[in-house]
Design a protein around this ligand. Structure first.
Ligand code: ADP
Ligand code: MG
Length: 388
């Protein structure tokens, strides 16, 4: 177990485990989604940023076709073979690693004649907290393999490979926001993603320039994307688009909502309304942050939370309490972030009030009898890269 991982400590852990130096160390960040929830798989707009919490992958080539992975986060290592790759063969967390190799093959990488590898993973992205430890692990492995096998794949292709690993090998029906943020993030910037147009544009956020910080409140309510509500929401979106006669909800605007309320049942309408209004809020947030600065985006964040709580119904009492308490204590804006059903909320706050806001949220959670949250600041940070 590595307490505070770094490229050097990950290389050292590799050496301790495998008895040789790794060929290199690569890392990819988790992300926080500033705004745009459940819009990615609807061909829509999302606006996340990469954070300083990362997953490091130390990798060394082997001479045979075996793949081995150890993770500081897991008690047992896992193994696979380049000759026997397939989602049905992957078990548990190792699907995020071996799934990337499988996805590369699915997308045309020829694995014949290649040799396997050993990997040591270390991470300070909390698992299952809505900060996308899953994209961090996938993207770290993907850029490492791209270099090790000299594949020359573009970042855009790596996004699709990592998404396919998550969808096809892990079985989580997610869009590609997380992988895009992890692979395309830049320090100090958000990544404005248009899924349909396949664009990912950096937008300066200027949080620090304005004396602001972004607080993450991890409620520690665990979510599991491979099961449960995420897939049900996705299906509602597909049903809603079909009933409205469009290829995806991206084809609808707020002007279509009066017709949608006639055509759709109440629940499907509210799901559709969330996605349509959320796309508009993302576009507006990018405009406002560029033209008026980050202090002006608070209302958009708050409206996004209300939409997820009331229309998309993916919030939980812990997330609502975190948001309400942050706002009551002077946050510029606050919302749940990530897929929902647990995970984290974010609050954009004056940096000099951070301690006060944290204390208020901790007290509110204690009063409500909730598990103590984990609260920390995140900064817009660099995307995936080679470290050593
Ligand atoms: P999130 O992406 O919000 O953290 P997910 O449920 O999508 O949550 O992904 C979390 C899962 O990803 C973990 O349960 C584990 O299976 C896998 N995972 C992520 N990071 C690591 C890691 N460093 N080592 C091993 N498994 C990991
Ligand atoms: Mg994830």
């Amino acid at each position: 177990m590595i307490d505070i991982p770094s490229p050097e400590s990950t290389a050292q852990a590799f050496e301790d485990r495998y008895g040789r130096r790794p060929d290199g160390v690569w890392s990819a960040p988790g992300r926080v989604n500033l705004i745009g929830e459940h819009t990615d798989y609807n061909d829509g707009l999302v606006f996340p940023f990469a954070i300083e919490r990362r997953t490091w992958a130390a990798m060394g080539r082997r001479e045979d076709r075996t793949l081995t992975v150890h993770s500081g986060a897991m008690p047992e290592p896992a193994q696979a073979s380049l000759d026997e790759l397939g989602p049905e063969r992957f078990d548990g967390w190792s699907a995020y690693v071996f799934g990337v190799v499988w996805a590369m093959e699915q997308r045309g990488v020829d694995l014949s004649g290649r040799t396997g590898f050993d990997i040591m993973l270390a991470s300070d992205v909390p698992l299952g907290a809505g900060l996308s430890s899953s994209a961090a692990i996938e993207c770290a492995v993907a850029i490492a393999l791209n270099d090790e096998w000299e594949l020359g794949l573009t970042r855009r292709e790596l996004i699709y490979i990592c998404q396919l690993a998550e969808n096809g090998a892990v079985g989580a029906p997610t869009g590609n926001m997380d992988q895009t943020a992890s692979l395309m993030g830049e320090a100090g910037h958000g990544v404005l993603i248009d899924v349909r147009a396949e664009t990912a544009d950096p937008v300066a956020l200027h949080f620090a320039d304005e004396g602001l910080e972004l607080l993450v409140i991890d409620t520690r309510v665990h979510h599991e994307h491979a099961t449960g509500g995420y897939g049900a929401r996705r299906k509602s979106c597909e049903d809603g688009a079909a009933a409205m006669g469009v290829a995806s909800l991206r084809d609808l605007t707020e002007e279509d909502l009066p017709r949608a309320v006639e055509v759709l049942d109440d629940e499907t309408f509210r799901r559709v309304k969330h996605v349509v209004t959320e796309n508009a809020r993302v576009a507006r947030t990018a405009e406002v942050v560029a033209n008026e600065g980050p202090r002006a985006i608070g209302d958009l964040l708050v409206a996004s939370h209300a939409s997820m709580r009331d229309d998309f119904e993916i919030s939980v009492p812990e997330l609502d309490l975190a948001v309400e308490t942050a706002l009551a204590n002077g946050a510029v804006g606050s919302r749940m972030t990530g897929g929902g059903f647990g995970g984290a909320a974010i609050a954009l706050i004056d940096a000099d009030r951070a301690a006060e806001v944290e204390a208020a949220i901790e007290a509110a959670f204690a009063d409500a009898g909730f598990t103590a949250p984990i609260i920390f600041v995140v900064n817009p940070s660099a995307g995936a890269h080679r470290d050593l």
